[in-house]
Design a protein around this ligand. Structure first.
Ligand code: SF4
Length: 413
């Protein structure tokens, strides 16, 4: 038995302060009660077989079969894309060469942020600024489901470099985070309960009052909030687009980005979208480095074409616009969409509940548990190195895809 310092790969907060007890590949966190971390480490790996058409096979057979399917396919989609930097690079090698399309589990919400950024621009916040400098933090509908330790580590942290004592936190939304409920007596927070429609009107009213010299807000909550914003020296705004009502979420994000711009006319404010689930930020960033285009890009014409609507996984599968879907998820058991009229492949963790429902299943290890890795943190300014802590000989997505690529090349010769 030994204790290790551990960087957690299970959400894009990438907490690097975890103490882990390791006993014969059983991993137990000693200093964190994060539910995602505890549940992720609890899972036992009982078998590691590859599966082809419902039958257990060895991994080389499954890799060869996948190489054959890619070679035969007229249009292949890489979906899910729950992987790290090296896994994304290996996927892109195949996607580019064999004219495939790439999308991600979290694109539906992420592209709304992307669209807003393309239209309005943005002022970006780092977690370090949030923790150490922000005297005012406005949180628009962000629970602690996606990044469970955000509140504990960065918003109500006991120690900040600048020793910030008087921090004002205002939560505006309908679903109040568990952390705020549980710690109500210990922390200084104001809660304004609003659903998404009222939230949109609320933000628009704040902007109207800020931009109009003559009109003073009549609503007391808006008036008080504007007074607070005027006094702020280093402000932060957080939001989580996946937790806003779908039909107005893009409008709300636009209004938030415009509000941040308005505030910067007289003080300093920046924003952080907390939409980076399943490490979409890592995948998107690698795509940008290598191709100049973000997620939902097709290489079918021999060059990248980005289209948010056209290359959505659901649309491509519903309309049978691809004949092969290769799902990748090395972190968790998230449900995948299976269209039985096309070929479906899953490169996933060994316990995935849908492994018998696809044509080919290839088990892989989790970055930061079964192999060394790099992932991007939610604020995109830090690439975190993660170290292997478990020894159960599962290959990485990168290793599997490199062998798949080799298999296609060999069958060409
Ligand atoms: S908040 Fe995220 S990174 Fe931190 S311990 Fe929980 S799941 Fe892991």
């Amino acid at each position: 038995m030994k204790n290790l310092n551990f960087t957690c790969p299970f959400c894009s907060l990438l907490c690097d302060d975890i103490q882990l007890e390791v006993k014969e590949n059983t991993l137990k966190p000693l200093n964190s009660k994060c539910s995602i971390l505890i549940n992720s480490l609890k899972k036992k790996i009982n078998e590691q077989f590859s599966i082809i058409n419902g039958k257990k096979k060895n991994i080389s057979q499954a890799i060869n079969e996948l190489s054959f399917l890619i070679k035969k396919s007229k249009s292949t989609l890489f979906a899910g894309m729950g992987t790290d930097i090296k896994g994304t690079r290996a996927a892109l090698d195949i996607i580019d060469k064999y004219k495939c399309i790439i999308d991600h589990f979290s694109s539906d919400t992420y592209v709304k942020n992307l669209k807003s950024m393309q239209e309005t621009g943005g002022f970006f916040l780092t977690l370090s600024e949030l923790k150490n400098r922000s005297d005012t933090i406005i949180i628009f509908q962000t629970s602690d489901d996606v990044l469970p330790r955000l509140f504990e580590k960065y918003i109500f942290s006991k120690d900040t470099i600048n020793n910030l004592k008087k921090r004002k936190v205002v939560f505006i939304g309908s679903k109040v985070p568990q952390f705020l409920y549980k710690n109500k007596k210990l922390i200084n927070v104001e809660i304004i309960k609003l659903d998404s429609i009222n939230l949109l009107n609320f933000i628009s009213s704040i902007r109207k009052s800020i931009n109009s010299k003559d009109s003073e807000a009549k609503d007391k909550k808006i008036f008080n909030l504007i007074e607070l914003l005027k006094k702020t020296k280093y402000g932060s705004i957080l939001w989580s687009i996946s937790e806003l009502q779908g039909d107005v979420s893009d409008l709300i994000v636009n209004e938030i980005n415009l509000l941040i711009q308005d505030l910067n006319k007289f003080t300093r404010f920046s924003g952080l979208s907390l939409s980076g689930s399943d490490h979409i930020l890592t995948v998107n960033e690698v795509l940008l480095w290598q191709t100049g285009f973000p997620i939902r890009t097709s290489f079918a014409n021999g060059f990248p074409i980005h289209d948010i609507e056209q290359f959505s996984t659901k649309k491509l599968l519903d309309n049978k616009e691809v004949d092969l879907a290769i799902w990748i998820n090395s972190f968790n058991e998230k449900k995948i969409i299976i269209n039985k009229k096309i070929k479906n492949v899953l490169i996933g963790i060994p316990n995935h509940p849908q492994k018998n429902d696809v044509d080919i299943f290839i088990p892989v290890g989790t970055p930061g548990l079964d192999h060394n890795s790099h992932l991007l943190r939610v604020d995109k300014v830090v690439t975190m190195p993660l170290k292997k802590v478990r020894n159960i000989s599962l290959q990485s997505v990168e290793q599997v895809l490199n062998k798949v690529k080799k298999g296609i090349v060999n069958s060409d010769n």
